[in-house]
Design a protein around this ligand. Structure first.
Ligand code: KG4
Ligand code: ZN
Length: 343
């Protein structure tokens, strides 16, 4: 495996570059943008500006960390979408320029596809990779999907959220409690000290394998508001319990449909991917499900869960090997690549 793939990720608020040799990750540099924290969410205009500032130093660092010369790079892979258009444009334009300047092919990658394929990135730990077909619960700030993965680029979404994403549920709950953005990791940390049974929130009753999280957000908001009326210190006094309870509710909702998906497809290899797959409560729930339902589970390491370029480079590597190159006149897309239930 002598192919060196440079991966670029710039779809949201992380500027990342990675170098792979074949499937082996040589470097994975991630510059997270702190500029959004004070706004309680990602400001697209600021995100694209920060990507512009970060992209060259981040790519330089990734090449340096990989201990290679940029002339050795075989192909450049980049996230084409979905994501913030201004942010995607930075990575796409960089890839085009690099491809022209270095005379190497470029490969376009779908962000959600890449989250799933992160399981094939070899981090040197020797952990097993999933075999096809497997199920992947893809949970991020913008998506919540149960994907039937038949092959690297043959994937079918068999369940998805009809409103908010799981990551949004974490982020919105955090906002209600005046916790910093992004809320998921903060809730995860505080939940460790709290009682997950302290408070109960209503769970949605959605048919099939689909999800809904907007009702939970509203019931959490009303619950907190009502309690603040009688006790202005309610959040402060119950922060850990609130975090543990909302986290447990989100995980219960996620796991119920994932178990149903495994039952209906008969597939027992089950993976998780995307930012929310970093959640320690979800890891625990997956381990319990593995014991109970005899699953083989795949949990990405932390740096491959949230947005990163190693996942883009691995997806790019598989596409490069198939000879699927992107053309210079391509433009990024903000929404899911295909409006159908296939990614
Ligand atoms: O995949 P990702 O990094 O970016 C998108 O493609 O959206 O996912 C970001 C989401 C955010 O909603 C963030 O709060 C959530 O992942 N997240 C977590 C954790 N780490 C990140 N949610 C729960 N627990 C975590 N430890
Ligand atoms: Zn993502």
């Amino acid at each position: 495996m002598n192919e060196f793939i440079l991966g670029i990720e710039s779809s949201c608020d992380d500027t990342s570059a990675a170098v792979l040799r074949g499937t082996r990750v040589l470097s994975n540099v991630i510059a997270s943008q702190r500029v959004h924290e004070r706004y309680g969410g990602v400001v697209p205009e600021l995100a694209s500006r920060a990507h512009q500032q970060n992209i060259i130093p981040v790519v330089d660092a990734a090449i340096k960390d990989a201990n290679i010369d940029k002339k050795q790079i075989t192909a450049i892979a980049f996230t084409r979408g979905p994501g913030l258009l201004g942010s995607l444009l930075v990575g796409t334009s960089f890839a085009k320029a690099f491809s022209l300047a270095m005379d190497v092919p470029m490969v376009e990658v779908d962000h959600m596809n890449a989250h799933i394929l992160s399981h094939f990135a070899d981090d040197g730990s020797g952990k097993p990779v999933p075999k096809f077909p497997f199920l992947c619960l893809t949970v991020s700030g913008g998506h919540t999907q149960i994907v039937l993965v038949k092959d690297y680029f043959d994937m079918e979404v068999i369940g998805k959220t009809i409103d908010d994403a799981a990551g949004e549920a974490f982020d919105k709950a955090a906002k209600i409690m005046s916790l910093p953005y992004p809320g998921g990791p903060v809730i995860d940390k505080l939940a460790a000290e709290g009682n997950p049974e302290a408070f109960k929130f209503s769970k949605p009753d959605i048919k099939g394998l689909d999800y809904s999280f907007s009702g939970l957000k509203t019931s959490f908001l009303y619950f907190v508001r009502d309690n603040l009326k009688t006790n202005p210190d309610f959040i402060e006094q119950n922060k850990a319990d609130l975090c543990a309870s909302i986290q447990k509710t989100i995980i219960d909702i996620l796991m119920k449909k994932l178990v149903a998906a495994s039952r209906s497809t008969g597939i027992r290899q089950v993976a998780i991917a995307g930012g929310v797959s970093a959640n320690s409560g979800l890891h625990k729930a997956m381990e319990e499900a593995a014991a109970k339902h005899k699953w083989q589970i795949f949990i990405p390491r932390l740096s491959f869960s949230t947005d990163n370029a190693a996942m883009v480079a691995i997806a790019g590597y598989f596409k490069y090997m198939r000879g699927e190159y992107a053309s210079q006149d391509l433009t990024p897309y903000a929404r899911q690549s295909l409006n159908k239930d296939i990614i």
